[in-house]
Design a protein around this ligand. Structure first.
Ligand code: UFG
Length: 320
């Protein structure tokens, strides 16, 4: 199969490309390099520098492709609330451009990077796909809106899809195949790593008065290698003619912010400066999901997501 990976030079995208190449697929990366990194490009994959807002570049890129994996998006929750126009244009308009170019070029399989953010703050201890979707930030709204377009493009244009709702993506490829670090990261583990490497003076822990055992927020951290393998399975699912799906990718258990910090301290062998700061607006106390549906539909089982492996593989890259 020839697969166009949009956003393939990014953190998750480059792991997906690595997994596809390992399975013998032919890959073309399409990335505008706004946050993608050249060191995340693999010589075995073709590369087009292009933007999803450029319809003619998309049309050109889609010639001779059998499927699309679309990971390119703006993804900072806080920024999406301050600057929704940017998110509407890049995430929604950009994805519609991709779908329209697919329809025009007879490409009928689409794997989409969705997010736990579609659920908002569900009133359950473990989220499954039957939970109501009710985003509480504009970023999550864009992901949900795209999923709704996907239902219609499936019915009207015959584009079958798998929408993968990631929980908290962490970790790095254990063989060192991906080395690009995110610039100015906002997510917890890269921030902890930047404290450990001296790039930042300390970690601010946003809130220690949540209704959790240690007062800090709990998240379901899923290793990026496990996310990547789900994309390969999703492509194979669609190629074999099976129906469209929306699937959680998660482990079913969570770790608090303090647990993440303490586990890192244990693995690197020293304490890290941190302080408690006010809650960050829009943070749910606990987000843990059930991924039984991904197991049933795709045969997917996370195999790399134990805390030790998550932190060791991340530290290995940051140490360099
Ligand atoms: N946190 C801190 N200090 C920091 C950074 C984060 O205390 O410097 C805390 C947050 O308040 C939160 C937890 O660490 O409680 C995890 O925060 P992240 O920013 O790493 O991740 P989020 O859960 O906020 O969001 C991530 C992605 C979203 C996605 C969501 C799905 O950024 O795109 O996971 O669960 F929607």
């Amino acid at each position: 199969m020839r697969i166009l990976v949009i956003g393939g030079a990014g953190y998750i995208g480059s792991h997906v490309v690595h997994a596809l190449l390992n399975k013998g697929h032919s890959v073309c990366v399409f990335d505008n390099m706004s946050t993608g990194r050249t060191e995340n490009l693999f010589p075995q994959a073709d590369f087009i520098q292009g933007d999803i807002l450029d319809k003619s570049a998309l049309n050109q890129a889609l010639k001779n492709c059998d499927a699309v994996i679309h990971l390119a998006a703006k993804k900072a929750v806080g920024e999406s609330m301050a600057n929704p126009e940017k998110y509407a244009e890049n995430n929604i308009t950009g994805t519609l451009n991709v779908l329209n170019a697919m329809a025009a070029n007879d490409v009928h399989h689409f794997v989409f990077s969705s997010s736990a953010a579609v659920y908002g703050m569900p009133d359950v201890s473990v989220i499954d796909e039957s939970c109501p979707v009710n985003p509480i930030n504009f970023y999550g709204f864009t992901k949900l809106e795209i999923e709704r377009f996907l239902d219609w493009y499936d019915r009207l244009k015959g584009i079958s899809f798998v929408s993968l709702r990631y929980f908290n993506a962490v970790g790095y490829d254990a063989s060192g195949a991906v080395r690009g670090l995110e610039q100015n990261p906002q997510n917890l583990l890269p921030v902890i790593m930047e404290v450990a490497t001296g790039v930042r003076p300390e970690l601010s822990i946003f809130g220690n008065d949540y209704p959790t055992p240690d007062g800090t927020c709990i998240r379901d951290y899923i290793h990026v290698t496990d996310l990547a393998s789900a994309h390969v399975l999703a492509i194979e699912h669609l190629a074999s003619g099976k129906e469209s799906q929306k699937l959680n990718l998660a482990t079913g258990s969570g770790h608090s912010v303090l647990e993440m910090l303490q586990a890192t301290e244990r693995i690197i062998g020293r304490t890290l400066p941190h302080r408690f700061a006010p809650r960050r607006p829009g943070d749910p106390a606990i987000l843990i999901a059930n991924a039984d549906k991904a197991t049933a539909v795709l045969g997917w089982h996370p195999q790399h997501s134990d805390l030790e492996n998550i932190i060791k593989t991340t530290w290995a890259v940051y140490q360099k």
